[in-house]
Each structure stands twice: as C-alpha cells, then as structure tokens.
Write a protein that binds this ligand. Structure first.
Ligand code: HLD
Length: 543
C-alpha cells in the first residue's frame, strides 16, 4: 500500500530538493498516535520523522544560499539540476497557489509521510528571505546560529512570564537587555527593558509609560483624570505605528502632530518647537515626542540633540524609535552623528531582527527609569504572580507587559551574540554600511541607468529609480519621475516572475514610486550588488 494519501494533481513536494524524502513504509504509514507524546515507546519513529523534517530544513538552507553558481545547493547526478537554483521564489498568483496546494483540513488523521511531504511543499513555495538577492525588507538574511537558537526555543517551548517556568531564559533576557542599555548609554544602565512582539508594540509601550509617568492617575481613573487634550509629535517620515498609538490610546490621530522633515527625511527641530507652541496656545498638553533613528523608506535619522533640547524645555517625554537604526549603535565609525544624543531619550525601541539579523521576531524597548513598566502595566493576576513564591518574584516579568503569554525571543539573540561577540556585531554593521556605499558608488558609475534620490544615504536604505533605455536621454524632472513611477512596479513584477531579485518599492509623499534597496543580510557580497545592477538592466531595459 502506498504511504501517499492523496491522488489529486496537487503539488506533493516530492521534487523539492534532492534529499530522500521517503520514510520507511512502516513509519510513513504511522500517524500521530504512534509517536511521542501519545505513544510513549515511540521514540524511534519520532526520531525518524523529525530527522526527515530536519533534512528538509537543511535542504532549504542550502537553497537559501545558492546563487546558481554551484555554491550552496548541489545538483544531483541522478536527478539533474535543481530548478530553484539561484532563485528566491517561484512566483504563483494566489489563485494558482491555491490550486497547487492541498491545504484543507480533514476529519481523518494524515500519516507521517504525508506530513513530511506537507513540510516539503511548504518550503518549496516559500520566499527565501535569507537569499543574498532578497533586498526587499528591513529584515533580510538567515543567521544560522540564531536559527539554531530558534530551533532550541521551539523545543524548550516555554512562556516567558515567570522565572518559575523559564529560569535560564529570564536570566539571559536580563543579561542581553542590560548589554543593550549599556550600548545605548550609561544613563540607561539602571533602567528597565522588555521584549515585545514587534517594533509597533514597543513604541506603544513607550507611549503608555510616558503617559503613566506624567499622569499616574490615568491607570485607575481613565481619560477624565487628564484635564486637557494630550498631544504627541513625530516626523512625517515616522513609522505608522506612532500614529497608531494615538488611535489605540484614545488621543485620536488628529492629536498625533506630524512635524515636517527636510529634503533628506529628517525632522526639522524648529518646526517641532513651532507646532508645540501652537498646540500649547490652544490649551493642549504636548507630552510625547517620537524621534526616528532610521526611517523606513529613506533611512533618515532625526537630529536627537536638538529634539532633546526642545523636550527638556517643554517637559515632554522623548522616545527614540531606533527599531531600524538601533544596530548602528554598535559601530564606532557610523554611530555618530546619526545616533548622537540617544542617551538623552527616556525610551528607545530597538529591533535586533532588523539590522542585527536576529531571526524574526526580536524587538526590544528600553527605559531610562526602572520601575515604570511594572507600575504602568501591573494587574497582579493572583494565579500567576503570587508574591509568596519560593524565589525572588522580581524575576517574574509577566506583570510588566500588557500581554499575558510572551514568546521566548531572547535565546536566538543571546546565542548569536555569544557567537559573534560585541565586536562581531560592530564588524557586521560596518560591513553592511560599506556594502551600501559600494552600491551607491556603482549606481553613480551608471548615471544613465540609475537615478539616486539621495546621493549620500545615511543608512543601508538606497533609494533610486531604474531608468530604461527610452527614458535615458530625457532630462530628469517631474515628468520623467512620473513615467519612472509607472515603470517601477512593472519591473518589480518582472523580478518576481523571474525569481532572481527582490527589491521593495513605494511612493513617498508626492514622489512617484521608486525602489528602496536594503542591505541587512550579512551574507551579501559586492558580487550580489553587481548582480542587482545587471539583473535590473536585463529585466528592465526595454520598459
Ligand atoms: O515596519 C516594517 C518592518 C519591517 C521588518 O521588520 O522587516 C517595515 C519593513 O520591514 C519594511 O521592509 O519596510
């Protein structure tokens, strides 16, 4: 009897990689009741099943680093060339993907061979975000040590809310958070930190702590305890999550004031002060300023020292959203002037899953003042946070946060940091910046084909238009930008169909669509930048 349970034309994943995907017939026919935990004598078949899954993961890893040049995934003598060689993805439209995959849940159990095939099919159709030609997102790359950490985390499968059930991980969290605060600056040494599910929630924690610090009555009494309209300020280039704080926390987005930025995307401090005074004159209460260290599109750094002066003068909380740019703190070469003054902030968001390359997701929020998180968020759930436990309950973190269960996002970062050392992160940041400088240089060498929006980007964001042949002799101006803006998504579509390059694009205010390239994958080399330059031209010259 075949161990395969479905006879339809759906993709069975058998052509994914060259690894032998067949479990023995006996094990392949087994189901979940024959392995751990239900079958306590089922270790051998459990192991056989898991080793097959690990084989598939390693195959995916090989493909992730395969540029099609024989490095990474090997071809197989018996089966020929891997068709996914040098490809980031094989694009299918949602309805094609739907038709290709069997995703339906059934009443009956599926056997272990089917589950192995399910894993193969899933990996086969996934986008290899660790591929060196994937320049699409702020988080690119696949750090192998961090991945090993994630595997361990999944197996240890614990919740981070109490020391009781996560003793080692809680202590690691303390060590890593303290190290990150030390890097922000000595003024943060005695502060507090927590990991959050994403930078947006980290920013929300900053908002909540700031409001609690200034209006401690809000927690019990709510909106009526604040006599006046709270107002927050952020640049017009900030991450949209800052505006979301205003919506979620009852201010309303009208009271999240957008401060104009300069032509490089940096908040203009004199505009901030003007808008603060304007709101004060109306009787409002300006209380929170978000400075962005590394904007999403242009990678701009708001001038923190000047913004900090205004915050001090008007008694406002200063939050620095360094979700993106935080990694640069490691670099003595690039830290200044970009992040100069960050130690004057009251709170800092910093996402290791972006520039530092920790696996998704890993987001942190740091406070200068200790005790605020617990005082702001504590609900004292009696069934979890008993005060008469065997150990010092200060090690329980669950009552500092607005969620209850908290995923273990620390081990993969801790293990990665152990592997590189702090100096390794510094080298990584310097290398990413140097590679971005190389890309800018290469584009400047080809001014007919590439038009840079910023000739000297502050970070690893490189924003540009690709210029096809027919527009190369046209003078650059609003007319040509409009045409390039129409070509950009078409070229992106071609990249995805070819599967050989992924670069993000977007419009920005009145500027039509342009590409935003990100180098945050430490596996990228100069030759990958050269590939990008050549591939864009190959796919786009006739547009
Ligand atoms: O908000 C964003 C978060 C990420 C990320 O965590 O990779 C925006 C982007 O990426 C992005 O690539 O624009």
């Amino acid at each position: 009897m075949s161990t395969k349970q479905q006879g339809s034309k759906k993709d069975d994943g058998r052509d994914f990689g060259f690894v032998d995907k067949e479990l023995s017939d006996a094990v392949g026919r087994m189901t979940y009741t024959d392995i751990l935990p239900l079958e306590e004598r089922g270790y051998e078949q459990t192991k056989a099943f898991l080793l097959k899954v690990v084989d598939l993961l390693l195959e995916y890893l090989k493909e992730t680093f395969d540029r099609g040049d024989g490095v990474g995934a090997e071809d197989d003598e018996a089966h020929g060339k891997n068709p996914r060689r040098g490809k980031i993805l094989e694009f299918l439209h949602p309805e094609q993907m739907q038709a290709a995959l069997d995703l339906e849940l059934r009443d009956e159990p599926r056997n272990l061979q089917q589950l192995v095939d399910d894993c193969a099919v899933t990996l086969k159709h996934s986008v290899k975000t660790g591929h060196p030609w994937f320049f699409n997102q702020l988080s690119c790359g696949l750090d192998v040590v961090s991945m090993a950490g994630e595997w361990l985390t999944a197996t240890a499968n614990t919740n981070m809310f109490t020391y009781e059930i996560a003793p080692v991980f809680i202590l690691m969290e303390n060590v890593v958070m303290r190290s990150m605060r030390d890097i922000i600056g000595s003024s943060f040494a005695h502060g507090d930190s927590i990991l959050a599910p994403g930078g947006s929630i980290s920013n929300l924690y900053a908002f909540l702590a700031a409001r609690h610090r200034m209006f401690p009555g809000y927690k019990e009494k709510g909106l009526h305890s604040i006599q006046g309209q709270l107002v927050m300020f952020t640049s017009d280039q900030c991450h949209y999550s800052v505006r979301s704080c205003a919506a979620v926390c009852g201010l309303g987005t009208d009271h999240c004031v957008e401060v104009p930025s300069d032509d490089r995307g940096r908040m203009i401090p004199s505009e901030l002060e003007r808008l603060v005074l304007e709101r004060k004159k109306r009787g409002d209460i300006p209380f929170f300023v978000n400075a962005t260290a590394g904007t999403t599109v242009l990678g701009a750094f708001d001038p923190i020292p000047q913004i900090a002066d205004i915050c001090t003068k008007h008694k406002m909380w200063l939050h620095v959203d360094a979700a993106w740019g935080g990694g640069i703190l490691f670099s003595r070469k690039y830290r200044h002037p970009r992040l100069t003054g960050i130690e004057r902030a009251d709170s800092v968001t910093w996402n290791p899953h972006k520039l530092m390359g920790t696996l998704l997701q890993c987001s942190t929020i740091h406070f200068k003042e200790d005790g605020l998180l617990i005082s702001c968020n504590q609900m004292s759930a009696e069934y979890l946070f008993m005060q008469d436990k065997l150990y010092d309950v200060q090690y329980d973190t669950g009552d500092k946060v607005i969620q209850c269960g908290r995923h273990n996002d620390i081990f993969k970062l801790w293990l990665m940091w152990r592997s590189k050392g702090t100096s390794g992160f510094e080298r990584q940041m310097d290398r990413l910046m140097e590679l971005s400088e190389y890309m800018v240089r290469r584009m400047k060498e080809n001014p007919d084909k590439f038009h840079l929006l910023l000739p000297e980007p502050e970070m690893v964001n490189v924003s540009f238009w690709y210029v096809p042949r027919r527009l190369r002799s046209m003078a650059h101006g609003p007319e040509r930008e409009k045409m390039l803006g129409k070509i950009t998504p078409v070229l992106k579509g071609r990249m995805m169909q070819a599967g050989t390059l992924m670069v993000g694009y977007q419009p920005l205010d009145d500027t039509p669509n342009f590409f935003r390239n990100i180098i945050s994958n430490p596996g990228v080399k100069e030759s990958d930048v050269d590939h990008l330059i050549a591939e864009m031209d190959r796919l786009g010259h006739d547009l």
